[in-house]
Ligand binder design. Structure first.
Ligand code: CTP
Length: 410
């Protein structure tokens, strides 16, 4: 399953010599799955930990380490990899490699590539806790930051030495997320701010019980990732889910429909669009018990009060709205009603039973004044991209320029 933000993009991965080198093998696999071409350059020390053969098998490209490799007519030897890369990622970056880069050394393919790379550079450090906290390393990282190089991590946790501390390589999923975010910056939604909701709200009964639904949040989170891939500043208003939010989304965690309403109202003030993918509770218990409700011999009835319909009531001139219709019957009829009653620019209707527990979804687009468009069954990631493409078109047609180009807050 490829992704436009990575498909046919060239990622140059520089691997330096730390035990965490084995973790970037997984990063390479993920990048390849999403369609990227990955070239790898390794330092001599990296080869103490992993073999070039592993990377060559996964990338189907030779690992480059020799600065003096033969030039060809189309390949200017030592600098061509870096010049042709859409992004250079150094993971793991050891203290030594970071120091060399900070001081402009060029004594192997990896450091030559940093100097020769006209595009973005992302560094994911990994090292011993004391080496990381050492003033020399901190100063070197500051130097790199001041030159516009992006630094991801390291994380705190158990290190190879067995001690707990700072120095763990960021997980491959996070490095991948950062690569997507950096490559997405020039996408069609650059300069736009979009708010997307996700997850299943929880309406409390008492301090330990709540009413919720089966939504996993996969659709909303996939939309947040697709928005970041397209360059949008993305605010993810998330009711509880088991999912990790996409890297570089601005996450606002909420529990109940009321909390979500408040968060959406405050974050759409400077947003271009709102996408309501959350499964919002329509009813909440009337009056939350402050103490645990004790069982008795009698049956229990809980009185429920209607919650606010966030999508229908959220309005601001110029705000584009996209909503979902989760149905189990009469999909077309209900979807047409919701298109009007919620005042949306696009309504994505789906069979709730099929969508809930799956990574796939089959949806129909309803737009004002147009016939419904039935989409084939596809992954939620693909459907998210279709929705984001549709949003880009609507925004281009209605507001050719971002409404709040100077807004820097998420
Ligand atoms: N929605 C909302 N606020 C609510 C309920 C729903 O903003 N209190 C949004 C959902 O996020 C979705 C759309 O409205 O984008 C439709 O949600 P859905 O559950 O399909 O419909 P409901 O409006 O809740 O109506 P019903 O449950 O009767 O189908």
């Amino acid at each position: 399953m490829t992704s436009p933000v990575l498909n046919d993009r060239r990622v140059l991965l520089g691997v330096s010599g730390g035990i965490a080198a084995y973790k970037v093998i997984e990063l390479v696999r993920m990048l390849r799955t999403l369609g990227a071409r990955v070239d790898v350059t390794m330092t001599g020390a990296a080869e103490q930990f992993v073999t070039a053969t592993t990377f060559e098998t996964l990338t189907r490209q030779p690992v480059r380490r020799d600065v003096f490799e033969q030039w060809t007519e189309t390949d200017a030897g030592h600098v061509s990899l870096a010049e042709n890369a859409d992004i250079l990622v150094i993971a793991p970056a050891t203290a030594n490699t970071i120091a060399k880069i900070a001081h402009g050394f060029a004594d192997d393919m990896l450091t030559v590539s940093v100097l020769a790379c006209p595009g973005p550079v992302l560094i994911a450090p990994a090292m011993d806790h004391h080496m990381y906290l050492n003033q020399a390393t901190q100063a070197n990282l500051e130097t790199l930051r001041s030159r516009g190089i992006e630094i991801l991590g390291p994380e705190e946790g158990e290190l190879a030495s067995g001690i707990l501390g700072h120095g763990r390589l960021s997980p491959p999923e996070q490095i991948l997320g950062k690569i997507r975010s950096i490559l997405g910056r020039t996408g069609p939604l650059a300069g736009r701010k979009i708010v997307v909701s996700s997850g299943a709200t929880r309406e409390p009964i008492d301090p330990i019980r709540f009413i919720t639904n089966r939504s996993s949040g996969r659709m909303g989170h996939a939309i947040a990732q697709a928005l970041i891939d397209a360059g949008a500043r993305t605010t993810l208003v998330s009711a509880p889910t088991d999912l990790d939010p996409p890297i570089d989304s601005h996450v606002v965690n909420v529990e109940s429909a009321g909390d979500m309403h408040e968060a959406v109202a405050s974050h759409i003030r400077d947003a271009d669009a709102l996408i309501m993918a959350a499964a919002v509770g329509d009813y909440a218990p009337t009056g939350v018990s402050q103490e645990k409700v004790k069982k008795t011999e009698q049956d229990l009835s809980i009185e429920l009060t209607r919650t606010v319909d966030i999508l229908a009531t959220t309005q601001r001139p110029g705000l584009i709205k996209i909503g979902f219709a989760a149905e189990t019957a009469n999909l077309v009829e209900y979807a047409r009603q919701k298109l009007t009653s919620k005042g949306v620019d696009l309504l994505v209707a789906n069979d709730a039973r099929l969508a809930m527990a799956s990574d796939e979804n089959q949806a129909t687009f309803f737009r004002p004044g147009r016939e419904p468009e039935e989409l084939p069954l596809m992954s939620k990631a693909d459907l998210a991209r279709r929705i984001v493409e549709e949003l880009s078109q609507i925004l281009r047609a209605e507001h050719p320029e971002p409404e709040f180009p100077d807004a820097t807050t998420t």
